[in-house]
Design a protein around this ligand. Structure first.
Ligand SMILES: O=C(O)CCC(=O)C(=O)O
Ligand SMILES: [Fe+2]
Length: 319
């Protein structure tokens, strides 16, 4: 970070927020440096946990780690088959999917009920094991990162490439839906005495899939506003309820949040899908041209344009 540039860019606005002396400013710089370092280490720490899980964790349902058509709802297979067919169009697709009150948010069956139950059993088994657990983000303390558990290669990647991409390509061609090339997948969990809700936010994703896995819960609806650049005062929110085994597909940059559950346990599978071609131009989190550093795995889904064909494993150091 160029300190002088930072001072020029932010000194005025920071002064209005109480950061008015040189000492304040130095303390702030120190905090920012620590946070940047923490974020840069996230990938390394995650890879270390994944290696330990691979070595020590014995899955309860090891067949779940490899996607099979039998895990998917017949209605979803029909939708995907339509999207893959010659001449498929958005209008044609919308005959299979009923519109929701929230703009460009769609709901359709994704998994079988049996698959959802077994996935929760697997995750509970993992949670009770001694294996180290990485949490999805700072907003969620009880979720599980699925790549660390070993779900990426055999499950989430084929789900994205073969099933979700054809649907997203028709629904969100303007948001990179046709060129999704990496993802971050995790499960969120809400329960009494744990996390109950999730504040209003946008995702680090171009397109997001959110599937309700169960168990039984009351309330906890999602609410959607407008795209993130639209001022709050001009946005209206619409609620959508979860239906077990069904997924909500939405643009990652559309603002949303989760209302409190009032009883029970709510588990949802979240797949943040990324399109390097879109995010390489503008980081979806910081809104600037990304400044990249090398990451591990899919990292934040950027690619280094200078190394054409590079695997998406770059982080934006600004976001
Ligand atoms: O609680 C949910 O179902 C939404 C989770 C979500 O929006 C997220 O993790 O990005
Ligand atoms: Fe989200």
């Amino acid at each position: 970070m160029d300190q002088e540039q930072f001072r020029t860019d932010y000194q005025e606005v920071l002064r209005t927020r109480g950061c008015s002396t040189d000492i304040h400013f130095k303390e702030l710089l120190k905090k920012i440096k620590t946070e940047v370092e923490r974020r840069q280490q996230l990938c390394v720490k995650s890879a270390e946990r994944a290696a330990l899980v691979k070595e020590a964790y014995k899955p309860l349902h090891k067949e779940l780690y490899f996607l099979q058509d039998s895990y998917l709802a017949p209605e979803f297979l029909k939708i995907v088959n339509y999207c893959r067919s010659d001449g498929a169009s958005e209008e044609g697709l919308l005959e299979f999917i009923s519109p929701l009150a929230a703009q460009r948010v769609y709901r359709f069956p994704v998994f079988s009920r049996k698959f959802c139950e077994e996935l929760i059993e697997e995750l509970e088994h993992f949670e009770q094991s001694q294996a180290p657990k990485g949490r999805p983000n700072t907003m969620n303390n009880y979720g599980i990162l699925l790549n660390e558990l070993g779900f990426d290669e055999g499950f989430i990647t084929p789900l994205r490439e073969e099933y979700l991409q054809p649907v997203s390509a028709l629904l969100y061609p303007d948001c990179g839906g046709h060129c999704l090339d990496s993802h971050k997948a995790f499960v969120v969990k809400y329960a009494m005495h744990e996390d109950l809700d999730l504040s209003y936010h946008y995702d680090n994703a171009e397109v997001t899939l959110n599937v309700s896995l169960g168990k039984e819960f009351v309330e906890g609806n999602l609410y959607f506003g407008d795209m993130r650049h639209v001022p709050l005062s001009e946005s209206e929110c619409a609620e959508t309820e979860h239906r077990v085994a069904e997924g909500l597909l939405h643009r990652g940059q559309q603002m949303h949040g989760a209302l409190r559950i009032s009883s029970g346990e709510r588990w949802n599978l979240i797949v943040w899908m990324r399109a390097s071609r879109v995010r390489n131009k503008l980081c979806p989190m910081c809104g600037n041209k990304p400044q990249l550093m090398e990451g591990r795995g899919f990292a934040d889904g950027f690619t280094d344009d200078a190394q054409t064909g590079a695997f998406p494993n770059m982080l934006c150091v600004l976001n």
